[in-house]
Design a protein around this ligand. Structure first.
Ligand code: NAD
Length: 467
């Protein structure tokens, strides 16, 4: 938990760039969870009844979010740390997602299988959905959950991370102008708030983004009511560079695929595999960019890289880096936290990293990138596939067909050629192993919030005399 103090049922949210308080938020508990779920149940029949009104309300919600950008973005930067331009992008993505799902409708269809029975598949909403979100993209990830759930006719109780509840609370009040009352409720507070929400018998679907450890606890908690569970968990994405790579041409893109949002992206590049013959060139190109990048408070227009969001995360990144250095890795640049207030860590490129150190095998989730050499491409592919995660991966080379053939060997949910971590709203986003269960994104997220309802009746000509 961020350096915060309980007092009068509220907790303090700290600006990661300064260490100072931004504001406080309600520290809610079981009573508020029970009330929010009860209100979500009460609001559900009205919300599910009229798809056209729902679509119009979600479009109005998207307009309201866009109009509130100048209030939402700076608050998001103050509690999360990211550069202001990235907060604006997050607000825009939130609005875009509302619009995308507002235009989806479930497809009812006939079953054509030659039987003398007319079978029809319909889709029904599930009921109140619990949405639990981490601190790296508070608005964007919240919308990835509530937009498909609401569009499908469910109501939502949303719990942000206690590190970043403020912009989410503001977002809820912005959305309240466009949505019927109690269709979306935000509860804030520290654990066991999320656990309580997950285990609530009135919740029909738990959609969670966060770490694999918490994901397991969420799956276990939801088992009591057998609520549906969707888990978007961590990633340890590898980028494999091929022999024919034009390093100067791709270095900026590769760097930012690892360092955007201070590396706190589930599908960021977290390991780079470079051919041994190009290794020094790759390390130097990345280190040059890491040295040049302007690190500072997100509200400073010059800043390209903000602080880590919270003190435990800063300590984790520091620990992984120290372990790698102690095991023989070399910091081509960085390798330490930065002086002064706030959770700043120097952008770090690690070379000669033993492949079994946690900064390679685990998810560092920070501005530290290990670069590993390989002799045989097969070894690089095996190493890329060799962790417990399977979220994304990328292959970089001048021959696109060859790069795509190598990408086809990656065991993950999304593979990119010559870029990384860019998603379409219309694509399924899913991972293997520790990276999660279920599908986010596109129509798959929409149907993940629906229950099939199938009707069979005899065809008129096939119906015999009534019994
Ligand atoms: P976290 O798992 O600690 O917390 C996530 C959320 O769960 C927070 O709101 C937290 O308060 C809540 N929570 C904690 N304990 C809970 C419990 N027992 N029951 C219910 N809820 C509980 O994760 P974090 O540190 O906030 O976020 C970082 C992690 O999220 C990283 O591992 C990252 O890879 C992952 N992530 C994944 C994706 C994805 O789409 N796959 C996207 C972003 C982040």
């Amino acid at each position: 938990m961020k350096e915060s103090a309980r007092g009068g049922g509220r907790f303090t949210v700290v600006d990661p760039a300064t260490g100072e308080a931004v504001a406080d938020a309600p520290d809610q508990g079981p009573r508020e969870v029970d009330a929010a779920v009860a209100r979500a149940h009460a609001a559900w029949p009205g919300w599910r009844a009229d798809p056209a009104a729902r679509s119009a309300a979600l479009h109005a919600a998207a307009d309201a979010v866009t109009a509130a950008g100048d209030a939402l973005a700076p608050l998001l930067t103050r509690e999360q740390g990211k550069p202001l331009a990235e907060s604006y992008a997050e607000v825009a993505r939130t609005a875009a997602r509302l619009r995308y799902f507002a235009d989806l409708a479930p497809e009812s269809r006939r079953i054509e299988d030659g039987r003398p029975v007319r079978g029809e598949i319909h889709w029904r909403p599930l009921g109140p959905v619990a949405a639990i979100v981490p601190w790296n993209f508070p608005l964007q990830l919240a919308s990835a959950k509530f937009a498909p759930a609401l569009a499908a006719g469910n109501t939502v109780v949303l719990k942000p991370s206690p590190f970043t509840p403020l912009a989410t609370r503001l977002l809820a009040s912005v959305l309240a102008a466009a949505l019927p009352e109690d269709v979306l409720t935000v509860v804030t507070g520290r654990e066991p708030l999320g656990a309580r929400l997950v285990a609530h018998p009135g919740i029909r679907h738990v959609t969670f983004t966060g770490s694999p450890a918490t994901g397991r606890a969420v799956a276990a908690g939801a088992a009591a009511s057998l609520a549906r569970v969707t888990l978007e968990l961590g990633g340890n994405d590898a980028a494999i560079l091929l022999e024919d790579i034009d390093v100067e041409r791709i270095a900026d893109r590769l760097f930012w695929a690892a360092f955007r949002n201070c590396g706190q992206i589930c599908m960021a590049v977290k390991r780079v595999y470079a051919p041994a013959g190009r290794y020094s060139e790759v390390v130097e190109a990345l280190a040059a960019r890491a040295k040049d990048v302007v690190v500072g408070p997100g509200l400073d227009p010059a800043t390209r890289l903000g602080p880590l969001n919270n003190a435990p995360q800063l300590r984790r990144v520091e620990r992984y880096t120290a372990q790698a250095l102690a095991a023989g890795a070399r910091a081509a640049t960085g390798g330490h936290r930065l002086p002064g207030p706030g959770h700043f860590f120097a952008p770090t490129i690690l070379a000669d990293v033993p492949p079994d150190t946690p900064v390679v095998t685990e998810e560092q989730f920070g501005p530290v990138l290990p670069v590993l050499p390989y002799d045989r491409l097969d070894d690089a592919v095996e190493a890329a596939n060799g962790t417990a995660y399977g979220l994304g991966g990328s292959v970089w080379g001048s021959d696109l067909d060859r790069a795509e053939a190598v990408a086809g060997r990656l065991e993950c949910g999304t593979a990119w050629i010559n870029h990384h971590a860019e998603l379409s709203l219309a694509q399924p986003f899913a991972g293997l192993g520790n990276s999660g269960v279920g599908i986010a994104g596109g129509p798959w997220a929409f149907y993940g919030n629906l229950q099939p309802f199938v009707v069979h009746r005899p065809q008129p000509h096939a119906e015999g005399p009534a019994a």
